[in-house]
Design a protein around this ligand. Structure first.
Ligand SMILES: NC(=O)c1ccc[n+]([C@@H]2O[C@H](COP(=O)([O-])OP(=O)(O)OC[C@H]3O[C@@H](n4cnc5c(N)ncnc54)[C@H](O)[C@@H]3O)[C@@H](O)[C@H]2O)c1
Length: 439
């Protein structure tokens, strides 16, 4: 199969590389000349474990290439995937479909033969039909189908998720498009990974429903964690006991500083908006969005308490600012709420993150960046563990406590146990959903 992939971000690049690894001939297109320039040189513009090797292997094999020339990529393609961003539209929470519709029109203008135009971006119900209209208007004689193929990969584990998915969802409206999609995903089908074939609207809805459900699950345990702190329960034990129930499952039950990232915040807002537009308010999702904001505010209160009631003049070390480990993605990370509150309150903030600096420098003004967690914590009044990178999972707590001005820790990912901090010499330690000490 010959595939054109429009957009070389986290989803487009990973999908393009993995499709080429299936044996398909893939051309990846982006509008951003800097990205294409780097990709052509063999550099990966994002941090995603394993992507550089897989990309190099498939470029070498002649199955994968990069270009800004859309016409060249689309000519002769069996399928053109749209994997551009769908951020929150300013003002109303709706998904901004400008990039998707622009890509659809551009494809229509250069396509000549039958092609399946596949939306991989996360888009509201009805978007694929709209894409069809845009293509028809731009090129009335073009023979084409649209298909919806939402992506479920997680940054940080994207290749594995793409290669070994729980399921692939494909929404189609013709047998011809279904055959093309089946051929593209045949390598997965042969290895017994389930392909769920639906109509266009159901495929679009599956993606939003799945993300809103996961955001709700995280938010639920975060709310339980707040109650645990008041009643003397330990949320780690509660999560474990709940997660062993097969009907619940143990994933997405880790209490933390609130969900963030490139998907959950914008997708929950978009689903809430779709509900409002159809007069079916998504009350659970709307509450999840509200509670998640409260979780982040609660974290700031926790940090302020650890600083003795005010951030003013305090030195704070922040370990981890990306929205989760193993990615450089900072979109809607909890750090973007928490760190400005520290800086705004008059704290001197040192930040350490294995991959976050490139994106984070522009997003977190007023902080200083250091490479080493021990430099960050040297003479600090408080250390905040905000993202659970492996690099921060086995720190020498004794060394840190000895070198801090006041050894206090906010472990917002429950990486350590209170007893570890106590033995290391911390005089105050707070985590999420369990009793700390020193306050
Ligand atoms: N990031 C994730 O973990 C994830 C997971 C599942 C689904 N999604 C969804 O996938 C979509 C893409 O997300 P992302 O994180 O990869 O976005 P991204 O912002 O990282 O990448 C989008 C890319 O598209 C390019 N682009 C925009 N318009 C273009 C055009 N007309 N022609 C060529 N290139 C164009 C941009 O330059 C950019 O490189 C979104 O809808 C998102 O919700 C993302």
């Amino acid at each position: 199969m010959k595939i054109a992939m429009i957009g070389t971000g986290y989803v487009g690049l990973v999908s393009g590389v993995c499709f080429s690894d299936f044996g398909h001939e893939v051309v990846c297109v982006d509008k951003d000349p800097r990205k294409i320039e780097r990709l052509e040189k063999g550099e990966v513009p994002i941090f995603e474990p394993g992507l550089d090797m897989l990309m190099a292997k498939n470029v070498e094999a002649g199955r994968l290439s990069f270009t800004m020339d859309l016409e060249m990529a689309v000519t002769g393609a069996d399928a053109v995937f749209i994997a551009v961003g769908t951020p929150t539209r300013r003002g109303d929470g709706h998904a901004d479909l400008t990039y998707v519709m622009a890509a659809a029109e551009e494809i229509a203008r250069v396509a000549k033969d039958y092609v399946v135009i596949v939306t991989k971006s996360t888009v509201p119900v009805g978007t694929n039909r709209q894409v069809g209209e845009v293509v028809r208007n731009a090129n009335p004689s073009l023979d084409f189908d649209v298909a919806s193929n939402p992506e479920f990969l997680r940054e940080g584990a994207a290749i594995d998720d793409f290669m070994k998915p729980d399921r692939v969802v494909v929404g189609v409206q013709s047998d011809r498009a279904a055959e093309v999609m089946a051929e593209i995903y045949r390598p997965l089908y042969l290895r017994d990974f389930p392909i769920v074939t639906t109509d266009l609207e159901s495929a679009e809805m599956i993606k939003y429903a799945a993300n809103a459900f996961l955001a709700a699950k995280i938010t639920f345990i975060n709310e339980i964690a707040a109650l645990c702190e008041k009643v003397g329960a330990d949320v780690k034990q509660v999560s474990k006991g709940m997660g062993m129930d097969n009907r619940i499952g143990n994933k997405f039950l880790h209490a933390g500083p609130g969900y963030g990232g490139s998907c959950f915040p914008k997708d929950t807002k978009a689903l809430a908006r779709i509900g409002q537009e159809h007069a079916v308010p998504m009350q659970i999702t709307e509450t999840v969005i509200k509670v998640n904001e409260e979780v982040k505010r609660r974290m700031i209160d926790k940090l302020r308490d650890l600083c003795g009631g005010s951030f003013n003049g305090r030195s704070v070390a922040v370990l981890g600012v990306t929205f989760k480990p193993n990615t450089d993605d900072m979109r809607d990370a909890p750090s973007l709420t928490i760190v400005p509150a520290l800086v705004g309150g008059g704290a001197k903030v040192k930040v350490c993150d294995p991959q976050g600096r490139h994106e984070g420098e522009a997003l977190l003004p007023g902080v200083s960046w250091v490479e080493d967690p021990y430099d960050a914590t040297d003479k600090a009044d408080l250390v905040v563990l905000l993202t659970e990178w492996n690099e921060f999972r086995a720190l020498d707590l004794k060394r840190i406590a000895q070198n801090m001005a006041t050894p206090r820790m906010a472990d917002l990912r429950n990486v350590y146990a209170p007893v570890d901090a106590e033995r290391a010499g911390f005089d105050a330690y707070e985590s999420i959903g369990r009793e700390g000490f020193g306050l």
